[in-house]
Design a protein around this ligand. Structure first.
Ligand SMILES: [Zn+2]
Length: 334
């Protein structure tokens, strides 16, 4: 679904509301408070309210018409976005949908600056939207089996006065790819790691690779112990060897060039704090490259994922990685 489709489909607030209603309550609207099913829907007409500002005193501000629901049991009034990420901003739903469509269709990524122009929001809002949508693209692939390639790359590394980071001190990023088979295309996990020594590699394998998998890597020292417990073979890059039959790391290296083209090409510099979200975006598009509707997948994740508040996003510590489990809604005719 591209921007034009979104504009056509969700041209009115009502259409956007109906869409989200079906996504959220596929078996009929339920009360957000008591979970009751006796719910009426109505339109609250546009009105005005008085707002105070020190400069101008009380001023009348317009409040646009809203679609609301009221529970006939507990009398609670609520909107379709209540308790969801869409409620955290005062943006109309259509703008969220537009932003999502732009993001999933941007082959080489999208800068907040471009989002600002295309969706007609402030830079701050555009930046928040970009990060929030990226967050919803979190990986949920679990453990890889069959043939698995592992490789690390280094990103960033701009000299940082305060952190005394040297130019060469780049952030290591680990990539684990499960090679494609006839039934399933290849899939990837990519995330920053503290270093590329043995303990970290062992942890990555424990968390992301099935014990019986065949693992291919280069000759890096951190991988050497893998053969003790796993089927492991290496290609010796330092001796100019890149492919020996099935033994190679070409799939993961292809993925790295995709990452670098997108992240460096579009964003020039990515801070380590936000790196995981950028990796999420590239991995999500890669892993779901045959999905019927990436747009729908992301909207559902935004809808059910717990809200990542603006303050978490700008906090010094990056939030812990969180895995969403989503209900597959591929049957929806969108
Ligand atoms: Zn109720």
């Amino acid at each position: 679904m591209n921007l034009i489709d979104v504009t056509k489909k969700f041209g009115t607030a009502e259409a956007a509301n109906d869409f989200l209603e079906r996504m959220r309550w596929p078996e009929g609207v339920r009360c957000v408070k008591c979970d009751g099913t006796k719910v009426s829907k109505y339109v609250k007409q546009a009105s005005t309210r008085m707002r105070f500002s020190a400069k101008t005193g009380y001023v009348e501000k317009p409040v646009p018409a809203r679609i609301l629901y009221v529970c006939r049991e507990c009398k609670r009034q609520f909107s379709v976005t209540e308790g969801t990420i869409f409620n955290d901003t005062h943006l109309p739903l259509q703008k969220w949908f537009m932003a999502t469509a732009l993001m999933v269709n941007a082959k080489k990524g999208l800068s907040a600056k471009q989002m600002e122009r295309d969706v007609e929001v402030t830079y701050k809002t555009a930046w928040y939207l970009c990060h929030r949508i990226r967050e919803a693209m979190e990986n949920e692939n679990g453990v890889f089996g069959g043939t698995v390639e592992m490789d690390e790359t280094f990103m960033g590394g701009r000299y940082d006065e305060r952190r005394k980071r040297a130019r060469y001190a780049k952030q290591p990023v680990m990539g684990v790819i499960q090679r494609g088979t006839e039934e399933e295309h290849s899939k990837v996990h990519a995330f920053p790691i503290p270093h590329v020594r043995r303990e970290v590699i062992a942890d990555v394998v424990k968390n992301y690779v099935a014990p019986e998998a065949q693992i291919y890597t280069d000759e890096g020292g951190g991988y050497r112990h893998l053969k003790d417990k796993h089927n492991h073979a290496i290609v010796i890059h330092s001796k100019g060897e890149y492919v020996r039959g099935e033994v190679h790391t070409n799939s993961i290296e292809g993925f790295w060039s995709l990452v670098k083209r997108q992240i460096i090409g579009q964003h020039h510099f990515v801070s380590v704090k936000h790196l995981q979200r950028y990796l999420n975006e590239v991995s999500f598009k890669f892993n779901n490259r045959e999905a019927e509707s990436l747009f729908l997948l992301v909207i559902i994740r935004l809808l059910i994922g717990s809200a990542l508040k603006y303050k978490t996003l700008i906090a010094t510590e990056a939030p812990q990685q969180r895995l969403l489990s989503i209900k597959d809604a591929a049957e929806e005719p969108f």
